[in-house]
Design a protein. Structure first.
Length: 270
């Protein structure tokens, strides 16, 4: 019987010395924790060594979990990929986005595109070649899709429609979605008065000790929002400890508007 309570570390140990065929067996017949550790291990093989099992076994599987993992593997292959290999991976990921009925498979493919743009700094030309083919994603209002897009948007080239998509999803009720949207906004230095005002308004909706409250303040500091200064003062003067993100952003913000607060921070929280 498969142990569903196995730790990620134990799963790593179980997979770290296995051959490609043995790792494939783990992907096909194990629980989710072992599957993903096996997938991570496969990412350290050369593309040409694993592409056949990805295309002919995982992507053709009737189980969406196998197709999801196939897309996951393709986004983070550790060996350097050639231009031809990248083009083939793009084709596979786009096909999954356009044709797979599983939201999780689509999400995995979107995240993998983000990882590829991050690792290879692909930029405008590469994005233009896929842009029209992934246009359907902006209209899918599903939790995992939004998170995947928010992550990938930090590495896709700047687009006004992507910025508007992120702003729209700042109104989401899920904290994790808001957190990843902030990641996307910060990654591409998207800022505007509407973003600033929306985030200031949202601060009143969250507990002052919650992680999302602190992430919003940290983001507002990163864009040098003067409107967040009263909230920072309250944090500095009423709390005995301060969130790491807020500390880092305030310490590194050298603008005159934050000089007094930065001094207070360094005096109180060394």
């Amino acid at each position: 019987m498969v142990n569903d309570r196995i730790s990620s570390f134990d799963a790593f140990l179980e997979c770290k010395d296995l051959s490609i065929n043995d790792l494939l067996e783990k992907l096909l017949h194990s629980n989710s924790i072992i599957q993903y550790e096996a997938a991570k291990r496969l990412q350290f093989f050369q593309y040409k060594e694993i592409i056949d099992i990805i295309k002919n076994t995982l992507l053709t599987s009737r189980y969406s979990k196998h197709r999801e993992i196939a897309n996951f593997i393709l986004g983070q292959i550790q060996e350097e990929l050639s231009t031809t290999e990248l083009k083939e991976i793009f084709s596979i990921l786009i096909y999954s986005i356009q044709n797979d009925k599983s939201i999780k498979v689509k999400s995995s493919a979107i995240s993998s595109l983000g990882h590829l743009f991050k690792k290879y700094n692909l930029g405008e030309e590469a994005f233009r070649t896929i842009e029209n083919n992934i246009s359907s994603i902006w209209n899918i209002n599903r939790y995992s899709i939004i998170i995947s897009i928010a992550f990938s948007s930090a590495y896709f080239p700047k687009r006004n429609y992507i910025k508007e998509y992120l702003i729209k999803n700042l109104n989401n009720k899920h904290h994790k979605i808001i957190s990843w949207v902030l990641y996307g906004l910060k990654g591409k230095h998207y800022k505007s008065e509407s973003i600033e005002n929306l985030l200031i308004h949202k601060l009143s909706q969250f507990n002052e000790k919650s992680y999302i409250y602190n992430e919003i303040i940290a983001f507002l500091i990163s864009i040098s929002s003067k409107k967040v200064i009263p909230y920072i003062k309250k944090t500095l003067f009423t709390q005995s400890k301060i969130d790491d993100e807020i500390y880092t952003e305030l310490k590194n913000n050298l603008s005159d508007e934050f000089a007094e607060l930065r001094k207070k921070l360094l005096e109180e929280f060394k």
